[in-house]
Ligand binder design. Structure first.
Ligand code: SAM
Length: 254
């Protein structure tokens, strides 16, 4: 799907916090080679550079729009346009870091064991993925898809939960790794603005549904979704909106 970096970065602080929490748990002092897999607009990649300025750092992403923004952020980092499904490093690396990206891929049963095979001895795979699929922000997409004249068009785009329970990743990675930590955090995001939860989701999961429709149906579908979200996430008396959001973290060392 085509990404809109500005819409994605509209909630930059909320999206950055889990990236920093993951980074804070990585025990590497001075890795030589670091990959940011699914690097997006590059702001998180720059944070990796800040922590390990001596490392050879590569950001990998499939979106030309995101990479254009990333190059503007820091032309000195190596930016590679590639599909993460096919990406392989030239040699083993010390760290594969991936924030909010691997849930866009299917077949995690093959993907995760493969990723740890790309690590040099002592290396780490560090991953954060949303796991908010049961919340109204995401179930409302399914409901809106099913309840309108666009159903036939949009139904094939629905995906079953794109990330799984911690036990799923434990069973995949425990046999392949020396150290393994898996945890979840429920962030209580406090957002400003009109219908900010709809705006937040529009930057990621909702976008490909909107992209599949032409006006005026596109606008009608978006209005339907926005009405559901307003009802599910009412404004507080001070004008703020609370958006609880669960995220899954995996830190695997070999
Ligand atoms: C939600 S953004 C996360 C960006 C960044 N890691 C961050 O934390 O801000 C997800 C990124 O994954 C990338 N992506 C999704 N599917 C991909 C694929 N199959 N191959 C390469 N990149 C992909 C998108 O282009 C997008 O930039």
């Amino acid at each position: 799907m085509a990404w809109d970096p500005s819409q994605y970065l509209a909630f930059g602080n909320e999206r950055l916090q889990p990236a920093l929490d993951l980074l804070g748990r990585i025990p590497l002092e001075a890795p030589h080679t670091v990959i940011d897999l699914g690097c997006g607009p590059g702001n998180v990649t720059k944070t990796l550079k800040g922590r390990w300025p001596g490392a050879a750092l590569t950001g990998v992403d499939g979106s030309p729009e995101m990479l254009e923004r990333a190059r503007a952020e820091d032309p000195d980092i190596e930016w590679v346009e590639a599909d993460m499904n096919d990406w392989r490093p030239e040699a083993q690396v010390d760290l594969i870091y991936s924030n909010a990206a691997l849930h866009w891929l299917n077949n995690h049963d093959v993907l995760f064991p493969q990723l740890v095979k790309h690590l040099a001895p002592g290396g780490y795979l560090a991953v954060q993925m949303p796991r908010n699929w049961g919340a109204a922000s995401h179930t409302s997409i399914t409901e809106a898809v099913h309840d309108g004249p666009w159903r036939k068009m949009l139904e094939p785009l629905l995906r079953p939960a794109p990330s799984h329970a911690p036990s799923y990743y434990y069973d995949l990675l425990a046999p392949e790794t020396n150290t393994l930590a898996i945890w979840e955090t429920d962030y209580c995001q406090i957002l400003d603005g009109e219908n900010p939860v709809a705006e937040f989701v529009k930057g990621t999961q909702l976008k490909r549904f909107l992209d599949a429709l032409d006006e005026p149906v596109r606008g009608e579908f978006e209005s339907d979704y926005r009405a559901r979200i307003l009802a599910a996430y009412p404004k507080r008396t001070d004008g703020k909106t609370l958006f609880p959001f669960r995220r899954l973290f995996i830190l695997a060392g070999v």
